[in-house]
Design a binder for this molecule. Structure first.
Ligand code: PEP
Ligand code: MN
Length: 377
């Protein structure tokens, strides 16, 4: 529900907020430029909306209306009947590190967030070595507050007999990497029963492509409330992806980072890529939703030799960040039990980070002017 409220009506705003909390909702305030501000009730607002006559009677309430379109919690523009529309600010999703720095995804600030690390933690040494190198990259380019770690301890695998990660032992390794480097980490959760257990450790949770429409899981991470990376299901339309995000948001959690990781194609073994990147979906997500959008060049590529160009291509679509699988040395590739072929060696990743920063500083501002001229930014 959307409420138009005269400016300066703090007491009414407090009453609306109290009612929202009672029904498990939150409020988002968009300050208007005219005489009124707009209050957006976040989450499943059906119960709240049943109190419409009470709300309309509160001092300073000019109007209350229902969004007519879908994904009302994450939409960039929320529309109602009679031409009503609420234009919202882009959301910044913050992930704080032990080093006291917040990694800030999105908000249109043009600052790419770099998530890197192993497909999965296998040994403490390997994970620490990669994490230390990630920290060095951050220090070298003065972007430590933009670097984060990744590592899946619970692995979805096509074959039941394949290695499926170290489970909570892997989480303990990621904890140790965070402890030593101060960098926060994201890790995948596959089961709604494990959200609290894994979420008690991780700084950010990842929903993988195979679980992108696991609605119990989406709702669990929504209730849990920590920031989430939501990969797009490899067979999902953009709209289905947004509705998956809406499942999380409907539980009151708007700290969602969308991630494009490629669609299934007619690829067969020996093909030229693992998944087809749908880069226009990144642009579409930026226009349709308030959420940050990042790109995963590793699962798109399937081969470390084509990771760099895929990430640079996504930069052209002004993504807010990337999540890239890395190994500390070429020698480690042989030891890796999952996604070995697509991992970028950290030294090469460092050069790629530099290229992205150059793009960000020199090319992206010009891209943005073109988009502004076209009225499509
Ligand atoms: C991963 O990040 O290692 C992973 C399994 O990703 P996806 O769900 O995109 O395949
Ligand atoms: Mn992987």
């Amino acid at each position: 529900m959307i409420i138009e409220l005269e400016r300066g009506r703090q007491a009414t705003l407090d009453q609306i907020r109290d009612l929202a909390v009672r029904f498990g909702n939150r409020v988002e305030l968009s300050e208007g430029t005219g005489v009124y501000d707009t209050v957006h009730i976040i989450g499943d607002s059906r119960e709240f909306a049943s109190r419409e006559s009470y709300i309309l009677g509160l001092p300073g309430v000019r109007a209350a209306w229902q969004p007519t379109g879908g994904y009302k919690n994450i939409a960039r523009v929320v529309r109602g009947n009679e031409g009503k529309a609420l234009h919202r600010e882009r959301r910044v999703v913050e992930v704080k590190g032990l080093d006291g720095k917040a990694r800030r995804f999105g908000g249109g600030n043009g600052k790419h967030i770099f998530v890197c690390g192993p497909d999965s933690p296998q040994t403490l040494e390997q994970t620490l070595a990669t994490a230390r190198m990630a920290r060095e990259v951050g220090e070298k380019f003065g972007i430590l507050d933009r670097v984060m770690l990744r590592g899946g301890a619970f692995k979805p695998r096509t074959r039941p007999t394949d290695w499926r990660g170290l489970g909570m032992k892997g989480i303990a390794i990621m904890d140790a990497a965070r402890e030593e480097t101060g960098l926060p980490y994201v890790t995948e959760v596959m089961d709604h029963n494990l959200v609290e257990q894994i979420g008690a450790h991780a700084d950010m949770l990842q929903i993988g492509t195979r679980n992108a429409q696991n609605f119990d899981l989406l709702e669990s991470v929504g209730r849990f409330g920590k920031p989430v990376i939501l990969k797009r299901g490899f067979g999902n339309e953009a709209e289905e992806w947004f509705y998956s995000a809406e499942y999380i948001a409907n539980q009151g959690n708007l700290d969602i980072v969308l991630c494009e990781r490629g669609m299934k194609t007619l690829y067969t073994k020996g093909g030229y890529c693992r998944n087809q990147p749908d880069l226009n979906a990144c642009t579409h997500a930026r226009k349709q939703t308030i959420l940050p959008i990042i790109f995963d060049p590793s699962h798109v590529a399937g081969d470390h030799r084509i990771v760099a160009e895929n990430l640079m291509a996504a930069c052209g679509h002004l993504v807010d960040g990337s999540i890239t699988e890395t190994v500390h040395t070429e020698a480690w590739r042989r030891e890796q039990l999952c996604d070995a072929g697509q991992a970028l060696v950290m030294d090469q990743y460092s050069i790629l980070v530099e290229a992205v920063l150059e793009y960000e500083n020199h090319v992206a501002p010009k891209m943005k002017s073109i988009l502004r001229m076209l009225g499509t930014d």
